[in-house]
Design a protein around this ligand. Structure first.
Ligand SMILES: [Zn+2]
Length: 231
């Protein structure tokens, strides 16, 4: 069978398969979120209230909880010390909203406690951004114009992105672990179906980070296979 240059079996294995895993993980997150986003928690507090209560209990007083318009754009911004929650997390007293809000608050707690993987992650953000901005040009030049030096540069870029995705895993898993414990300890979610719902949402979200790591690994392996075939 004929494949255009660089798009053979290696491409299917290293790029195609991770892509499918990524799409599958996204579908699971959307599914968990849409199911548990409709279930009202008996504590009846919104994601924003939940985040503020947890911050208060953790004695964190310098983090703002703000609403963002991006769908699923929930994140903690360590530089601005802002906890950004998407509108349907910020304003909704659902099981899913509480899970997401508590997870993001988990990052604020990591920051306050100088959790080592978060510090490493923050430290490599600038170089990661440079690498990801360079990549399109590097890949284009390397693959389509067969410039070997650019392929080597691309390998460095993908190695940086892989390191970033790798250090993201403990940061994300730990934030979810903290969220699950705190939500129960503070009585914000009740044992039984509410706890199960939070677990479903957070575990599905964790899968997307595993998928992102696999994708980064696939990209690197693909480029390595390109270089080896040329040598
Ligand atoms: Zn997170």
């Amino acid at each position: 069978m004929f494949y255009p240059y660089g798009f053979g079996n290696h491409w299917l294995l290293y790029i195609g398969a991770p892509l499918i895993i990524g799409i599958w993980a996204q579908i699971r997150v959307s599914g968990a979120f849409s199911k548990w986003g409709k279930v009202r928690a008996s504590s009846n507090i919104t994601g924003a209230e939940c985040a503020r209560e947890i911050l208060q209990a953790a004695q964190i007083h310098d983090v703002d909880v703000v609403e963002t318009n991006d769908f699923l754009g929930d994140h903690y911004d360590p530089t601005g010390k802002k906890l950004c929650l998407s509108s349907n997390v910020y304003n909704t007293p659902s099981v899913a909203a509480l899970g997401v809000a508590a997870h993001e608050t988990g990052h604020a707690i990591q920051h306050a406690k100088a959790y080592a993987p978060l510090k490493v992650r923050m430290a490599i953000v600038p170089v990661t951004m440079v690498a990801s901005q360079m990549l399109p040009f590097v890949i284009f030049g390397g693959i389509f114009f067969h410039i070997t030096g650019l392929i080597t540069l691309g390998i460095y870029c993908y190695t940086i992105l892989l390191a970033f995705q790798l250090i993201t895993l403990p940061v994300e898993f730990d934030a979810s672990r903290r969220a699950k414990i705190i939500l129960q300890q503070m009585g914000i979610v009740q044992p039984g179906s509410e706890v199960a719902g939070v677990n479903k949402v957070l575990n599905a979200a964790a899968l997307t980070y595993v998928a992102a790591f696999i994708a980064a690994l696939g990209n690197l392996l693909w480029l390595l296979s390109m270089r080896d075939r040329r040598n």
